[in-house]
Design a protein around this ligand. Structure first.
Ligand code: SF4
Length: 164
């Protein structure tokens, strides 16, 4: 069985998308990101997402897009994080936890608002349980639009922060 698995791995080869040689340029890098070059530890906060954005984030860290090769990792605690990656409109129940998570993240820190819902509540705007967009609760440094944004777009935003 192990031999069969090894043969399959060899036959499949490398599936990771090739990356451009340099970090994407264009938009300005947030001030707080200047200390995060080459290493970005991210705590993801789902503030009320439909889970569509989560699927794309999961793909960004999967074998095809492999964000970790640029020094970007997901971590389990805001105390270990340099950045918060926030998805979804902020629901009433998540406004206080999001603010507390922001407080628990050590400086320098960056907040990435990912998806149209995080940026402006998207399809959930004016919903009875929606408090508002992420920027109403915590300061946002990087905006990643889309419903949902695809892994290439997400990876570009992360590479811009780590400048890799
Ligand atoms: S931006 Fe789109 S995919 Fe992401 S949480 Fe909102 S509705 Fe879902």
């Amino acid at each position: 069985m192990a031999r069969g698995l090894a043969r399959k791995i060899l036959a499949t080869g490398r599936v990771t998308e090739s990356a451009d040689g340099s970090a994407p340029s264009g938009e300005a890098i947030p001030d707080a990101a200047s200390a995060l070059r080459g290493s970005l530890q991210i705590r993801h906060v789902d503030a009320g997402s439909c889970n569509g954005c989560e699927l794309e984030v999961a793909s960004t860290f999967g074998p095809v897009y492999d964000a970790e090769r640029f020094g970007v990792r997901l971590v389990a605690s805001p105390r270990h994080a340099d950045a918060l990656l926030v998805t979804g409109p902020v629901t009433r129940n998540m406004a206080v936890p999001l603010a507390k998570t922001f407080e628990a993240t050590p400086a320098p820190k960056v907040v990435i608002a990912l998806g149209d819902c995080a940026l402006g509540c998207g399809v959930f705007a004016e919903g009875y349980g929606v408090e508002g967009p992420v920027a109403d609760i915590v300061p946002v440094d990087v905006e990643v639009p889309g419903c949902p944004p695809d892994p290439t777009t997400i990876l570009k935003a992360m590479r811009r922060i780590v400048q890799q």
